[in-house]
Every structure is written in C-alpha cells, then in structure tokens.
Design a protein around this ligand. Structure first.
Ligand code: COA
Length: 582
C-alpha cells in the first residue's frame, strides 16, 4: 500500500511504524501536520491508499477524511477518547490499558474501530510507557488494521463506544498539582510520571515556578514534607508525607531561559549549593572483594554496575539518553572502574528507553557559551569512545535496550559486539541537527562495519533504521526481543559465552592486533582531529545552522515545512531504501 504518515512531528512512535511498515513492503512518505492546504497538497502528490496518523495534535480536516481512508492511532483502549489518555490512566492507577486504531470522522476519537491492542500497565513515566507498551501495541494494531483493509474487510465496530471508558478531557495543571503536606510518595510519583515527558507538573521550589520531571523513589531519606533535603548529581530530593522522592529534571516556567528541561541542580543554580550531596556512582569507593555472583552491585542513581561471574554490566540510564559532559566524565570513571574488576566481558547497557542520544543539547542550550559547551561535550564523548575502543582487558558488548541516535549510535559501535532490542530505532546520522558533522570516531567506526558506500548513504539519507534492517546492513551484530526480558536473556547468553570461551585470550590478542593494524593504516587521533575540525566549524564558524537547529529542537519549535528526506512525495529528495535481506 501507499501510506502517507501524517504527524505533528516524526516522533518515536511514527519512526517505529515507519521502519516496520517499510519492512512489510509498503511505500511510505511523511508529511508534518503544518496546514490543511499543505496536507491536501501532499495527498495530491503522493496519492496514498491510506493516511495514517500515529501522532497528531489536532483534528484531520473534513475534506481529507471525507475523501480518503484516514486511520488514527489513539493511546487508549476502544471507547477511550481525549487528548490526555495515558495521563489519566496513570493517575487513576489502572491495571490494563491499550491502543486503538480508529477511523477519522467529525467527532474526535469517536470513529469506527479497525483494531486495538491491550497491555498491562507498569509503574513508569508516561514517555516510557509510550515508547514501549504503546508503541508495541500500535505496531500490532496497525498491522491488524492493514490486514483487514487488504482482505477487503471493514472496521471491527462502527463507532468507538466501549461503555467502560469514554471521552476524557484535557488534564489541567490544577488537577495535576502536588499537595506536599498530604500526598504520599506513591501519589507524588504517580502525578509526576503521568505528566512526563510532557507537560510536567507545575510546582514551586525555593519560591520559583518550575515543571517537574524524572521522579524516582527515595528509600531512606526523609524530612519536613515539601522541603528539598538533598542532591545527588543533577537531581534533588524532596521530602513527602511518608518519605521522599528524587526529582531529576526541572523546566523553569519563568526567567530568561524558560520552557526547556535541564538537570534540576543546573536549573536551581546557586539555590542547590547548600544541599547535602549524596553521590553514589559505582566509581565512588572500592567494593569489598569476594562477593557472590550478582552481589556486587552499586545502588541507585543513573549509573549502576552489576556483576555476574566474569561479566560486568554497566547501566547508564540518563534522562532522554542525553550524555552531558558531567555525566560523561562520571561514566568514564565508572567504565574505568568496571575495567579494574576481575571480569572478562563488560556489557554497556545504556538505559531502558534510550541507550544514548549523544551530546546533551539541553545543557548546551542552557550554557553561557553553547559553542564551548558543545566542544567540551563532544571531546568528553570522544574520550569515552576511545576508552572503549582501546580496551585491551575485556571484550565489550553494547547492549541497546533502548533506541540510539546521532553520537549515541557511533559510541555503541566502539564496542566489540553490538546487540539491539528488536523494537528499538536507530538514527545513525547527525545532519538533522543543523548539518552537524559529528565525531565519536564515526568516520572510522561506521565504514569499518558497513563499508564506505553504505556509510555515506546512511549518513546522507537521515532516516531511522529498525533493528532488523540495521543487522542486515551490518550496523549491528544481532537483535532479540522485542521485550526487555528476552533481550536481556540474549545479552546474558552472549556475554557468558564470550567470557567462558576457551579461546578468550586468543580473541583478545586478535582484537589488539587488529587495532594495531588499523592504527598503522590511519591513527585514531587522525580520525578524531579531522572530525573535530569540522565540528569546530559547526560550533564556532560563520554558519549558525547547528545553533539554530539546536535552539529549535530544545524549545520544540514547530516545523514550518516537512524536511525533504521525509516528504518523499515532494520530488527531488526521492531516497530509495536499500533492500534488506532479513
Ligand atoms: N540532548 C538533550 N535532550 C535530548 C537529546 C539530546 N541529545 N535527544 C533527545 N532529547 C530530548 C528531546 O529534547 C525531548 O525532550 P522533551 O522531553 O523535553 O520533549 C526528549 O528527549 C524526547 O525527544 P523526542 O525528539 O521527542 O523523542 P523521539 O523519540 O521522538 O526522537 C531522537 C528521538 C533521538 C531521534 C531525537 O530526539 C533526536 O534527534 N535527538 C537529537 C540527537 C542529536 O542530534 N544529538 C546530538 C548530536 S551527537
């Protein structure tokens, strides 16, 4: 089928559907929902069999749904409707939730139901539920709807009218408000989770107005309800009626640099200085030796380390996968610490939603000199990539449980093996960020894996890749899943096999010899300096494209047109996808 994806932005769900439907053999194009007239033009140009709307913020114009089959993906079960579907479900603590594919018509979310999928709810941020359960359900439901269309069948029901749900209005800040004297920690967490990543819960801290995100439970600390009692790296801890919660990200509502998130301590500035610090990365302090398998694990925080037999697992679950300079320095220290353990394999686990998305664009935007902050950030990530590349003590596995983009993808390629969860999406390119050239030794790592021609085409086409396609191109070694448990079992099995292999010493020697050979051909430092020369131009040169693109990205400025690499119906940028062998 020819399917036009009509989207507010090409977000994670739209990207996942794009890669899955392309793999199923459909012909796809994307149009951002900018103006009714532009959408009509896109339809005329592309002549789709179906318009699919996985992520829209406004109704599809009548002129469109009256003439074309338009299917909407709604993040709620049949019968549910409204703009705050998942938010209400989390706040109400429902056990099960769902995704519905329904037909656009005059009344919002009330059209015929073509397919649905249901899932068990999990205690997690809204954005995490959206990126995992909702996305997996949407892929299943869209495929089921397409099968019905292909089979000449009609919708499952004429109207979206299951009695137990119904239309839910927009959830307003007043209904999200935290009452710090009465709400227990579980309620505070639920309120913040239900609004995370957007719009956050509005609240006051130190007499300033912020939106709160990235809440985590605290097990030991307590204080007078509402009082901020500690800080841990970028997060602050606030007492509740029955304990305390960590708040990792704040978005200032007033002041000069408002309306984008950043680590709470950075947003508070000097206000956070007097807070007692509890820093607990695995790099801090030596653990006692002689622990049983799995017993040696660091507690809490974004960086965690666990060890089973000869395998160390380094987790780095940074909010939105953004790897800022400070976090990267901590991660380098934790990696060095992992290398000093008597193990043979290190699995680099990233986070559950994102493995890594490269430089921390929000922290860079908030810096006094974004150019200097970008320079420091890219150099630190390069240092980490070099540490991983030059590891001569361990075999390394990049275990991508979550998606990765830009520098995050190339950082993963520094490992000896790259495994991905089947449901993730990779964006192995930089140019969407104002023609950024990129570093992380990509000019060495990418051709090494996929060859020079494919490397160039991946960078140029600027489109997302699914795990299946990534494996068939040689970008990654393997994938498993789509659920996290199946993926982890696969990582465990590979890590254990590598560690127990009788040829381990020989494999390490071969790895070091290969690196030495490559170094002879062209030194790593040379790749780095050539990449950084281009990056210096991006950061400090006359062309401000990167700074403008970053600013628009961080402030979520709506697009004024659909980029041509997405709008394939708009002619010149017709980019054919390479066929996959899988
Ligand atoms: N630094 C800081 N924040 C980042 C980030 C980064 N590198 N990458 C993503 N984010 C944030 C977004 O700003 C957004 O913030 P919000 O919670 O305030 O809305 C959030 O993560 C989710 O991003 P979004 O774009 O809405 O999610 P998505 O799943 O639809 O798309 C990406 C994911 C990774 C493809 C997209 O965010 C992206 O292109 N990121 C930039 C990658 C990059 O260019 N890195 C720098 C070069 S190394």
């Amino acid at each position: 089928m020819r399917i036009l994806l009509l989207v507010h932005s090409f977000n994670s769900l739209s990207q996942r559907l794009y890669v899955e439907l392309a793999r199923d053999g459909h012909e796809l194009s994307v149009e951002l929902d900018i103006h009714d007239r532009v959408t009509s033009e896109a339809v005329q140009l592309f002549r789709p069999d179906l318009i699919l709307a996985p992520f829209l913020k406004r109704a599809i114009p009548a002129a469109l749904w009256q003439r074309h089959l338009c299917l909407i993906v709604h993040p709620g079960p049949p019968g549910d409707g409204g703009p705050s579907a998942l938010d209400w479900a989390i706040l109400r603590g429902v056990d099960r939730w769902g995704v519905t594919v329904l037909q656009a018509q005059a009344e919002l979310d009330a059209g015929a139901v073509w397919a649905s999928a249901s899932f068990a709810m999990r205690t997690a941020r809204k954005s995490s539920l959206y990126r995992h359960e909702v996305t997996e359900g949407a892929v299943r439901a869209v495929r089921a709807a397409l099968e019905r269309i292909a089979g000449g069948l009609g919708p499952l029901s004429a109207r979206n009218q299951e009695p137990q749900h119904g239309w839910q209005p927009l959830l307003r800040q007043a209904q999200r408000a935290i009452d710090w004297t009465h709400d227990d920690s579980a309620t505070v967490l639920r309120k913040i989770h239900s609004a995370d990543g957007f719009p956050g819960v509005e609240d006051r801290l130190f007499d300033r107005c912020f939106r709160l995100f990235d809440a985590q439970p605290e097990m030991h600390l307590a204080g007078r309800p509402g009082v901020v009692i500690a800080r841990r790296h970028g997060a602050v801890c606030r007492a509740t009626r029955d304990g305390a919660v960590w708040i990792g990200q704040l978005q200032p509502v007033d002041g000069p640099q408002r309306n984008f998130k950043r680590p709470a301590v950075l947003a508070l500035g000097a206000l956070a200085d007097a807070l007692p610090a509890t820093d607990d990365d695995p790099s801090d302090g030596e653990p006692a030796d002689g622990h049983a398998a799995g017993a040696y694990a660091s507690r809490g925080g974004e960086i965690r380390y666990e060890e089973y037999g000869a395998v160390g697992y380094l987790h780095f679950d940074f909010y939105n996968g953004a790897l800022g300079t400070v976090q990267c320095e901590r991660l380098r220290a934790a990696y060095a610490r992992a290398r000093r353990r008597p193990t043979r394999v290190i699995a680099l686990m990233g986070g559950s939603d994102f493995w890594c998305n490269g430089m921390h664009l929000h922290c860079i935007e908030a810096a006094d000199s974004p150019a200097d902050a970008s320079w420091d950030n890219i150099n630190c990530i390069d240092d980490l990539a070099r540490d991983i590349l030059l590891t001569d003590t361990h075999l390394t596995i990049a275990a991508l449980q979550g998606s990765a983009a830009a520098g995050g993808v190339f950082l993963a390629l520094a490992a000896d093996r790259v495994l991905a969860r089947s449901g993730i999406v990779l964006n192995p390119h930089y140019r969407n960020m104002g023609n950024l050239y990129g570093s992380e030794y990509w000019s060495y790592l990418l051709p090494r894996r996929v060859g020079a021609v494919r490397a160039q085409s991946l960078m140029a086409r600027r489109l997302p890749l699914g795990a299946v396609e990534a494996r068939s191109l040689g970008l990654i070694d393997d994938h498993a899943g789509p659920d996290a448990a199946t993926f982890r079992a696969h990582v465990d099995a590979l890590a254990a096999e590598l560690a127990a292999d009788g040829r381990f010493t020989q494999t390490m020697a071969d790895k070091c010899a290969e690196r030495a050979r490559d170094e002879q051909v062209r030194p790593l430092a040379d790749y780095r300096s050539a990449e950084l020369e281009q990056m210096r131009m991006n950061f400090y040169g006359f062309d401000p494209s990167y700074h403008i693109a970053r600013h628009r990205f961080v402030y979520r400025t709506p697009h004024a047109w659909t980029p041509l690499h997405l709008a394939q119906h708009r002619g010149t940028a017709r980019v054919r996808r390479e066929p996959t062998s899988a």
